[in-house]
Design a protein around this ligand. Structure first.
Ligand SMILES: *[C@@H]1O[C@H](CO)[C@@H](O)[C@H](O)[C@H]1NC(C)=O
Ligand SMILES: *[C@@H]1O[C@H](CO)[C@@H](O)[C@H](O)[C@H]1NC(C)=O
Ligand SMILES: *[C@@H]1O[C@H](CO)[C@@H](O)[C@H](O)[C@H]1NC(C)=O
Ligand SMILES: *[C@@H]1O[C@H](CO)[C@@H](O)[C@H](O)[C@H]1NC(C)=O
Ligand SMILES: *[C@@H]1O[C@H](CO)[C@@H](O)[C@H](O)[C@H]1NC(C)=O
Length: 403
């Protein structure tokens, strides 16, 4: 209690002292000749938003009254009227703030324009490759600057500054294409994963890459495989990461995929990509829009041999993938769970058993067609030869140079 009492005393004291200091400055004064007493008086000025209704006298303070409608007073003053709200907004301007008792009407150029002398001019748009170092405002134009090294802008905008390239190394991903002033860096894996609902290795890639899985594993086989491929080699960090904790099949798939990404300008890679794209379009066409329910997807996955894909994964996929992709994504998960298994063989095994479960016939048929297509995948056979040839010749020439 004693504490409380002393605290409030201090506050009271502070309050008084503050008021007293303010009164030394405020309100500002003005000299007024009082005709009644024939003396010069020091009158108080009137605050913003008011005007002097009656000057002070020997016995009374100045009387201030609020500004009438459409009038304002922005400062302390001693005049007997407020100013008229005079501002009229120009073409391409809007009323930012209606006139009030303390401010004149405020106008501003509409979005995308700035005031230059009397006109609202369009902001300069920074083209891709250029960013706004000073964004355009209603009062000033944009200042664009070419994006410096390590930054990019991929849009035409009067507002957006250059942004930093994404740092694939920091994200633990290999760089698929280095960024420049107008494009962000692309990290290996991420573009395709979002496009294909996170399907890491597609059925077509599997069909295409499978033949390269070595049957005999020498201690340094991943490096040998990489060295045998044309173009730039996969960087050693990425190679290390791929080697960690994966079986030889998965490692091969990942290595070839990475090699493909890092050598996109090579003719052979371009051809392979085209063929894989064509293959994937055909697969999607065959699978169509099956619109399977959760239970049906569960039955489909249970029909496959080996380790099961978890129910939670099926639920997640149902939410994040389009109907056509759901089956493909599930098959890809099944492959990863069942290291080294051929997805098509697993699927064929499953299809034999599905009839028992009243599974939609149309879906069974479309899956059959898909398997058939991938088996007859002419490109696969063609390239199998070509690719093997390529690998073989390079390995041989390497051996020869070692002898
Ligand atoms: C009057 O408008 C100005 C802006 O133009 C604003 O800052 C101020 O708070 C307004 N005053 C009142 C009393 O509404
Ligand atoms: C610009 O780059 C970002 C980041 O890479 C990307 O998300 C966005 O889609 C791109 N926008 C355009 C118009 O290309
Ligand atoms: C990218 O990240 C790595 C690791 O965090 C760092 O060493 C490197 O300097 C970064 N590169 C750029 C261009 O910021
Ligand atoms: C920037 O990179 C993109 C994609 O990597 C490419 O299409 C574009 O031509 C490059 N621009 C310049 C100016 O090098
Ligand atoms: C699946 O759904 C899509 C869109 O929701 C629809 O266009 C398609 O006809 C459906 N397919 C079947 C087999 O019901």
């Amino acid at each position: 209690m004693a504490m409380h009492a002393s605290l409030s005393c201090t506050l009271l004291f502070l309050g008084i002292s503050v008021k007293w200091t303010l009164q030394e400055i405020f309100p500002p004064k003005y000299l007024h000749y009082d005709s009644a007493t024939s003396r010069q008086l020091m009158c108080n000025q009137c605050p913003p938003g008011t005007y002097v209704k009656r000057h002070c006298s020997a016995s009374r303070q100045t009387l201030c009254a609020p500004c009438p409608e459409s009038h304002y007073a922005g400062e302390w003053h001693s005049t007997e009227e407020c100013q008229y709200c005079s501002t009229v907004c120009k073409e391409l301007q809007y009323v930012k703030q209606e006139c009030n008792s303390t401010h004149n009407r405020l106008c501003e150029c509409i979005k995308g324009r700035y005031l230059n002398l009397e006109f609202c001019l369009r902001h300069t748009i920074c083209a891709p490759g250029f960013g706004a170092v000073r964004p355009g405002t209603p009062e000033s134009n944009t200042i664009c600057q070419r994006c410096p090294d390590g930054f990019f802008s991929n849009e035409s905008s009067s507002q957006t500054p250059c942004r930093k390239h994404r740092n694939c190394t920091a994200l633990g991903l290999p760089t698929a294409s280095r960024g420049n002033a107008s494009h962000d860096s692309v990290c290996a894996g991420d573009a395709e994963q979002t496009l294909k609902c996170g399907i890491d290795i597609t059925l077509c890639e599997e069909a295409f890459f499978r033949f390269a899985v070595p049957t005999k594993l020498t201690p340094n086989w991943p490096q040998d495989l990489v060295d045998s491929l044309p173009g730039s080699t996969v960087d050693s960090e990425a190679l290390e990461r791929i080697r960690r904790g994966q079986d030889s099949q998965e490692q091969t798939f990942q290595l070839l995929k990475l090699w493909k990404l890092e050598n996109q300008d090579q003719d052979i890679v371009k051809k392979i990509e085209q063929d894989i794209d064509r293959c994937e379009n055909t697969v999607l066409k065959h699978i169509g829009h099956p619109n399977l329910t959760f239970d049906q997807l569960l039955v489909l996955m249970e029909s496959l041999p080996g380790k099961r894909v978890a129910k939670e994964d099926i639920e997640k996929i149902l939410m994040s993938c389009s109907p056509a992709e759901q089956i493909l994504k599930l098959l890809s998960l099944w492959r990863i769970k069942n290291k080294g298994q051929d997805t098509l063989k697993g699927l064929m095994h499953g299809l034999k058993h599905l009839k028992r479960y009243h599974f939609p016939k149309a879906v069974i048929q479309s899956l059959r067609k898909t398997v058939k297509f991938l088996h007859s995948f002419t490109m696969y056979r063609l390239y199998q030869k070509l690719f093997l040839e390529l690998v073989r010749s390079q390995v041989q020439s390497a051996k020869r140079s070692c002898l």
